[in-house]
Design a protein around this ligand. Structure first.
Ligand code: HAM
Length: 428
């Protein structure tokens, strides 16, 4: 016997029936984007390595330690996408989307890849639903984007998460603040590696998890206290519109995101029941990103919601399933002469938009009814040879156990009217 294979380490798989929950969560998280007029983009799963180095930032762990980078057959360096924003910018610039109506509003969903140390909620293939809105610095857009993320989590049934919000300043106020923070860090007792980090990107030191470092950072200067007038006003307007939208948040002046492109409004959604991997989504403005990638000077804002962690958060909150059973009807043909009718009724139910399956092989009534129960179907349609001769079949309501004799026409009409499957159409 040859050896069997296993999925790569740190890659979660979603199998039926749990995968229906995965799809339902993704659906719930994409709906707010569709309702707000965002258009879907299918992005490449790998891009030029340099795009991420320049776009996401070489000082980030995501780029310096976690990228899956390889050379293709032509000797080009490519990387599996660690995130979606840089790819969207590349695509917008390459296809001149910014020459049309602004802001360009885009959503995407799918797997991203980071070679992190795997643990619960931290995967090497992670799933996100993301949006990007490019070409406007209107604070109402910031509030719209944050509200959409909030709706995405709410539609998944989550209630216990927290929205953390801050402003990371702009090209005017960040450099002097950075210098101030660097001076402060120079006076601390830090190891060489941390010193190097401080020189490259001092903000990242604020995110150091070690108590010995955090203890020294109590009096560190914070960006929020050193914003320029334009950033203070912008942030004030964002918070005003969030209040109007009914979204509540907590100020998080020490928040550090894992990607370098953020400016001004920056946010993270965290869930208290998820332990160390508590971020279920995050995003913010990135006003210099387009131009740094060779595009026009256009601002932008977006987010990525973690689908895997949303599922874990739903589990932690003990929420009822979002997805309905896969099928509404389970057809049970009993006896050799009933196969044709089974093919016919399955075809007609599906044409009427009713999800259905049947037993296969020669199964007795008992076994087939057990399978019908297990399928989660609301109705069993039993086709017996004798009844078939009289032009009827039995329809059993598996919820209340009642049974009725109907013609195939009556059965299709009655179930199509009650099943609600039509309404679910196009939900994935
Ligand atoms: P991010 O914060 O790196 O942002 O990722 C967004 C979300 O993806 C996180 O909050 C988390 O839920 C999930 N996530 C990230 N890494 C992992 C992992 N290893 N395992 C499981 N889930 C993970 C971005 O990627 C930005 N592109 C978001 C954005 C869009 N900002 C502006 N536009």
């Amino acid at each position: 016997m040859s050896a069997t294979f296993q999925a790569p380490k740190g890659v979660p798989e979603y199998l039926p029936p749990a995968s229906a929950e995965f799809l339902a969560v993704r659906r719930a998280q994409t709906r707010p984007a569709e309702l707000a007029g965002y258009g879907y983009v299918e992005l490449p799963v790998f891009e030029d390595t340099a795009l991420y180095a320049r776009g996401v930032g070489e000082s980030t762990d995501v780029v310096s330690k976690e990228m899956y980078t390889f050379e293709d057959r032509g000797g080009r360096s490519l990387s599996l996408r660690p995130e979606g924003t840089a790819g969207v910018m590349r695509s917008v610039i390459e296809h001149n989307l910014h020459r049309g109506q602004l802001p360009v509003k885009i959503w995407y969903a799918g797997p991203f890849f980071r070679a992190e140390r795997p643990q619960k909620g931290r995967y090497r293939q992670l799933q996100q639903v993301g949006v990007e809105a490019i070409g406007s610095d209107d604070p109402r857009l910031d509030a719209e984007v944050i509200t959409m993320a909030d709706q995405g989590f709410r539609a998944c049934g989550l209630t216990r998460y927290q929205l953390l919000l801050t402003s990371l300043g702009c090209a005017t106020c960040r450099p002097p603040y950075r210098q101030l923070l660097q001076q402060f860090l120079d006076g601390l007792d830090l190891d060489d590696a941390t010193r190097q980090r401080a020189a490259l990107n001092p903000l990242r030191v604020l995110d150091d998890k070690r108590d010995s470092v955090q203890a020294q950072l109590v009096d560190a200067p914070l960006m929020a206290d050193h914003l320029c007038t334009a950033c203070v006003e912008h942030y004030e307007r964002v918070r005003h519109f969030l209040r109007v939208a009914g979204v509540s948040w907590d100020e998080a002046p020490r928040m550090v995101r894992g990607l370098d492109y953020y400016t001004r409004t920056t946010f993270e959604f965290v869930h208290p029941l998820l332990g160390a991997q508590s971020a279920i989504g995050g995003g913010g403005r990135y006003d210099g990103l387009m131009s740094s990638l060779g595009g026009p000077e256009l601002s932008g804002i977006g987010y990525g919601l973690g689908t895997d962690r949303t599922l874990l958060a739903r589990e932690a909150e003990g929420l009822a399933p979002l997805a309905s059973p896969a099928v509404s009807v389970f057809v049970v043909p009993l006896g050799p002469g009933t196969g044709d009718m089974a093919v016919e009724v399955l075809g007609r139910l599906r044409a009427a938009g009713v999800a259905c399956t049947s037993s296969f092989g020669a199964r007795g009534l008992k076994g087939a009814m057990k399978a019908a129960d297990r399928s989660g179907a609301r109705w069993a349609v039993i086709i017996g040879e004798d009844e078939l001769a009289g032009g009827t079949l039995q329809v059993k309501d598996l919820a209340d156990g009642t049974q009725a004799s109907m013609t195939p026409d009556e059965m299709v009409d009655s179930i199509a009217a009650q099943s609600g499957d039509r309404k679910k159409e196009g939900t994935h």
